[in-house]
Each structure stands twice: as C-alpha cells, then as structure tokens.
Write a protein that binds this ligand. Sequence first.
Ligand SMILES: *Cc1c(COP(=O)(O)O)cnc(C)c1O
Length: 237
Amino acid sequence: MIATSDTAEDFVQDRLDKVRQRIQDAATQAARPAAAINLLAVSKAQTVTAIRTAHNAGQHHFGENYVVEAVAKIEALVDLPICWHFIGALQANKTAAVAAHFDWVQSVDRIKIAQRLSTQRPVDLPPLNICVQVNLNQELQKAGVDPAEALSLCDDIAQLPKLQLRGLMAIPATDLGVQAQRQTFQALTQLHTTIHKQLQLANFDTISMGMSADFEEAIAAGSTLVRVGTAIFGQRL
Ligand SMILES: *Cc1c(COP(=O)(O)O)cnc(C)c1O
C-alpha cells in the first residue's frame, strides 16, 4: 500500500507526540522537570518532507550525520527557523561546510577539528555551539575522547573565540546490560559535573545522551538532550 502524504504526516505527528509523552513520563519518574530535557530529532536518511512535517508539528532541533546530505537538506529548508546539530564523524576536510551551515557540533573529539571550526566559522554568525564527544566505554573503534582527557580538551576548546562550549555527548556501547548502561550514562553526568566545577564555564549546560532505544534510561541518569531518530521517523531509508 502506498501511503498518501496525509497519512505520512499523521505518522510523524503521532510518533513525535508519543516520544514527547515518553520524555514527560521519564522526567516525572526521575523527579526532573520535563522542560530540562530537550529533544533532538535525528533526521539522517530521512526526507526533507519528513523534516518539514516534524517542524510543522513543533519540532525545532534536528540532527544530521553526513555533511553532503545535510547541507543539501539545510539549503532546501532555509525558509524554516531550524536549529541544526551535526552529530556524525567529522573529518578535517569537511569542517568548513559544517562551520558555515550548522548551529551545533556535538561530535568534537580532538583539538584540531575544534580549531578549524573556530577559524572557519563565518564572522557574521554567532559562535558555534560545541559538545565534546566522550568514548565512555573506551571502545577501540568508536569516536570520542578518552574520559581522562576530556577535561583538558574542554579547557582548550573553551579558549577558541568562535566556539561556545556547551557540554558533553556520548553514544554508549549497545551491548551493555541494563546495569552497565545505567552506569555509563551516570558516568557522563559525573564527568560533566566535574568539568563544570573545574573550568567554571558559562553555558556549559548540555549532557547529550539517549537514543530511541534507551532515552528513558538516559533521562533517569541526567540527560538534558536526547537524540531520537527512528522512534520519530520510522526506519531510515
Ligand atoms: C543515528 C543517531 C541517533 C539516533 O538513533 P535512533 O536509534 O534512530 O534514535 C542518535 N545519535 C547519533 C549520534 C546517531 O548517529
């Protein structure tokens, strides 16, 4: 059966409502205000139409992983006041495009990338919001700075003029049991608290963790920004 555009819109609207309700419930459960948790709609491999639909349904923050795909979508959606977050692996030769088109980069894990983003950020735009990605489970193949080096990387990034360091991001290993997963989320919150105390940074307010499969756990452990793709848009194309 071919879905009409009406049903496709209802689909995204319904799923967005369900995700918002789940965030609300998880916040209540954790005795946290729901307003303390922001929702990033991860739209990689989703269409411009799907993003427009989610935006019409009140969604403001969108996350993308692939620079070329993202820039095309951002340009197709310039008429909407969307806040765009880059959350994918970032190579040095793509930093200029990211610095020019995005509002946030959540996947910074080395100083060289941060320096390029700061230098390449267009002068007429406000500082780029940055989260340092931490490799909490110290997985060999995974992006992210080692937790022991996160403080010094944050200190260095905080000196860069066209960046605003906002917090930390992590993607825990997927094969952890519930207990280890919870400890991993808690570890990011603790690391955030430590760095915040040590460096006394203004606006260091973001703990980005939790995806479709585990955002309730992440909220219980202190997440302020959950990154949700398939639970909103369905399977990726
Ligand atoms: C794809 C992706 C997500 C969303 O994953 P879902 O399981 O679809 O919710 C979140 N964060 C990052 C970094 C991603 O790459």
